[in-house]
Design a protein around this ligand. Sequence first.
Ligand code: ATP
Ligand code: MG
Length: 336
Amino acid sequence: DLVKDEDLEILAELGAGNGGTVTKVWNKKRGCVMARKLILVDAKPSVRKQILRELQIMNDCNSPYIVGYYGCFPVDVHVGVVIELMDAGSLNDIYRQNGPIPIEVVGKVAEAVLHGLMYLYDVHRIIHRDIKPSNILANTNGEIKICDFGVSGELINSIANTFVGTSTYMSPERIQGAPYTIKSDVWSLGISLIELALGRFPFTDSQDQESESEDEDFDEDPTLPLNTQRPKISMSASNSDKKEKRKSKGVSLAGGGHTMSILDLLQHIVNEPAPKLVSRKRDFPEEAKVFVEDCLYKDPGQRKSPQDLLASDWISNSKVTQEDLKIWAQSTISQD
Ligand code: ATP
Ligand code: MG
């Protein structure tokens, strides 16, 4: 049975994006917590009905790599969508509060996103269209799932009309007007993985000269708090005062105070070499670098498919278990 708005009691705000706000809610009927997203939809009643119909496809999306769906309904000028609460939040929240994500965890993020993308495409012929760290969620059960995929064509149209959303995770071919393919999602994944591993958005206007301020706050390698390895480390203890600084969103990018306008950024993506998984302060495993390179061929024909990427050494040689991810996810929220 689908969840209705009157079943829900508001508990706390979880976050807000360009087109909506997400709230933690208590479901009185079922006696459990959920997440409710309100999307501002600028459309006439017939279009709203169509959107609500199209969103029902989410009801058939059942995968351990896709955030669960519980129902949707109109809420004045919004469309409300009730989804599974992911208690560790988005990977965007996690790295902004704790710094770079340990590379072993980034590998598991890649694996989960690829499984999610393949499920959506193979089973439902859906292309995600908005892969980025804020749409990759984690929970303290050690699960990683994707959300906010393009199920409803009408919703995509209605949102596009209400604001100018310029995605900075957009592939070169998309920027140049080519239609979305699953390869555009692969590009966005590559950009997202570098962002998580470096702890900053990878494009700066000093990308090739090694940015002075890169990773300035993090002198040590981020370490995976494995139960089999060292004891849990407290990454954010020394960085808690820097949280505020990391909160700033958008394209005001780290890099010695340089910022890039959105047009510069789009031009850069099209004209300059793709970013790489390199840091002045850290060494990343060769297999991880190769993987990211395979995601970021500017020619979508050369770019690898999700299937090939899942078979790559970085993914297949990973020794990180769900138990490890559980401990990691718990460590990211326990210090708040
Ligand atoms: P944009 O609107 O630009 O796509 P966004 O993805 O951050 O950005 P929303 O999708 O509205 O915007 O989500 C806002 C925030 O709410 C997310 O960044 C995340 O922190 C939080 N959030 C979203 N869904 C959930 C969920 N199911 N469980 C827990 N937190 C969530
Ligand atoms: Mg989102």
